[in-house]
Design a protein around this ligand. Structure first.
Ligand code: GDP
Ligand code: IMO
Ligand code: MG
Length: 421
């Protein structure tokens, strides 16, 4: 069976930490979408590591790790990441597999991302500028280069043809990007990438499933950044929901088991786009400070607000979440009261339905208010030690979302996780 772990909000829910913990029970961790726009933070023996492309199972030494066909790979970022991890995990390369079908991010994809964002002016998405959108556009436009192409004698020819096309496109933008200097490191890194374990991943996974291996599919970004169901156009360019696991790894829907959905006890978003429960003043600043909400990939301050159960209910529905995980509950130790959006007022009517175009909809949140916890969650190790008010809050969330909470996370460390019965 293949279980799934994904973010239910706008990313940065703490997926890296949770995958690193859960990986103890799995044989394989497989990334199914996204690319170096992701930043998954892990603390290994107190040392902070941020992963962008490599699955978060690398620090459990029995775990194999697959970068699936749905991922877009920047060879330079991948090589840098490998070099960062190798001193900590000497056998990393023996445990890392890459799908032939994963697409490559070229230097000109990054240039196109930068030029396109600059042209949007105040309407900009707030992209991480890692070349994600342009690389997925070439994938669906049937022009892209894949990891398997690296093994073809025609690679250089294919590369030159695509770069010529990109140069034409870049000429249409007034914003100029000096991408040429990115080419030499790119070619060095693809030499390196050629020697990694490149596999027919869908067959490889099928064989592992038939051998009874346990697989966890690791998502990047979050459900509200999904290309189809997120707050379009302020989204990323891949399917971040459970459906993305099937197309991003070549796994049949009937093989999907549990779906772990992760939410913070509050909500953050980095980049542009609608965010109904955003807190722009002191409470927002206090949340950012208490939660240390600065992007793991870009360092940008994250926008902060109350948890949004309307959006979460939508995300739970889209992915068929079977187990919820609430992270950063300790951050709420600093707040009294704690609020949760339980409806939106749209055109004078209260609804629990997430609107089709949140960008063009004036949605005012309706809040349920909870008293602050009577003692700090950061001090708790078991369910019985959790403050009563927090336990009531968990039951409220479970009832609203009609889904059980499996764990509450109360710190950055691998073991700072409380099982909820
Ligand atoms: P990801 O992209 O979903 O993996 O999340 P990020 O790594 O981008 O951001 C999550 C941040 O919260 C990281 O800095 C984590 O170390 C941190 N974190 C994760 N879980 C907890 C928690 O329960 N409490 C606190 N205080 N921090 C956490
Ligand atoms: P993880 O996996 C938070 C956001 C960007 C921007 C939008 C599009 O760490 O949760 P893109 O670079 O994909 O073109 O950016 O999506 N974004 C993320 N926000 N966490 C992420 O990943 C994100 N990946 C992309 O900020 O608003
Ligand atoms: Mg992140």
């Amino acid at each position: 069976m293949v279980d799934v772990l994904l973010g239910l909000q706008w990313g940065d829910e703490g997926k890296g930490k949770i995958v690193d913990f859960l990986a103890a029970r799995y044989d394989i961790i497989a990334r199914f979408q996204g690319g170096p726009n992701a930043g998954h933070t892990l603390y290994i023996n107190g040392e902070k590591v941020v992963l962008h492309t490599i699955p978060s199972g690398v620090f459990q030494s029995h775990c194999l790790n697959l970068i699936g066909n749905g991922v877009v790979i920047d060879p330079v970022t991948l090589q840098k990441e490998i070099h960062k991890i190798l001193p900590l995990q000497a056998d990393l390369l023996q445990r890392l597999y890459i799908s032939h079908r994963a697409h490559l991010i070229l230097p000109t994809h990054r240039a196109l991302d930068a030029a396109s964002e600059a042209a949007k002016g105040s309407e900009k998405i707030g992209s991480t500028l890692k070349g994600i959108g342009p690389a997925y556009m070439d994938k669906t436009g049937r022009n892209g280069l894949r990891v398997g192409d690296l093994l073809s004698p025609d690679f250089q020819k294919k590369y030159d043809k695509l770069v010529l096309k990109h140069m034409e496109m870049l000429r249409q933008y007034s914003h100029k990007v000096e991408w040429e200097e990115w080419e030499a490191p790119f070619f060095e890194s693809i030499e390196y990438l050629r020697n990694l374990q490149i596999v027919n991943a869908e067959y490889w996974l099928d064989m592992q499933i038939k051998d009874g291996k346990n697989i966890l599919a690791e998502g990047a970004q979050g459900s509200m950044l999904d290309i189809d169901f997120g707050t379009y156009p302020f989204v990323t360019s891949s399917n971040t929901i459970t459906a993305g696991v099937c197309s991003g790894l070549g796994i049949a829907p009937s093989k999907i088991g549990d779906v772990y959905g992760i939410t913070k006890a509050y909500c953050t978003r980095v980049g542009g786009g609608p965010f109904p429960t955003e807190l722009e003043e002191e409470t927002g600043d206090a949340l950012r400070k208490a939660g240390n909400e600065f992007g793991a990939t870009t360092g940008r301050p994250r926008r902060c607000g109350w948890i949004d159960l309307v959006a979460l209910r939508y995300a739970v529905m889209l992915s068929g979440v079977t187990k919820l995980i609430v992270t950063k509950a300790d951050v709420m130790d600093h707040f009294d009261p704690v609020k949760a959006a339980v409806g939106y007022i749209i055109e004078g009517k209260e609804t629990r339905e997430f609107p089709y175009d949140l960008c063009a909809t004036d949605a005012t949140p309706v809040y349920e208010t909870f008293a602050g916890w009577e003692k700090p969650i950061s001090d708790c190790n078991t369910y019985d030690e959790l403050p009563h008010v927090f336990r009531d809050y968990c039951r409220y969330v479970e009832n609203y979302l009609e889904t059980k909470i499996a764990y509450v996370s109360n710190g950055t460390g691998r073991d700072q996780l409380i099982v909820i019965p």
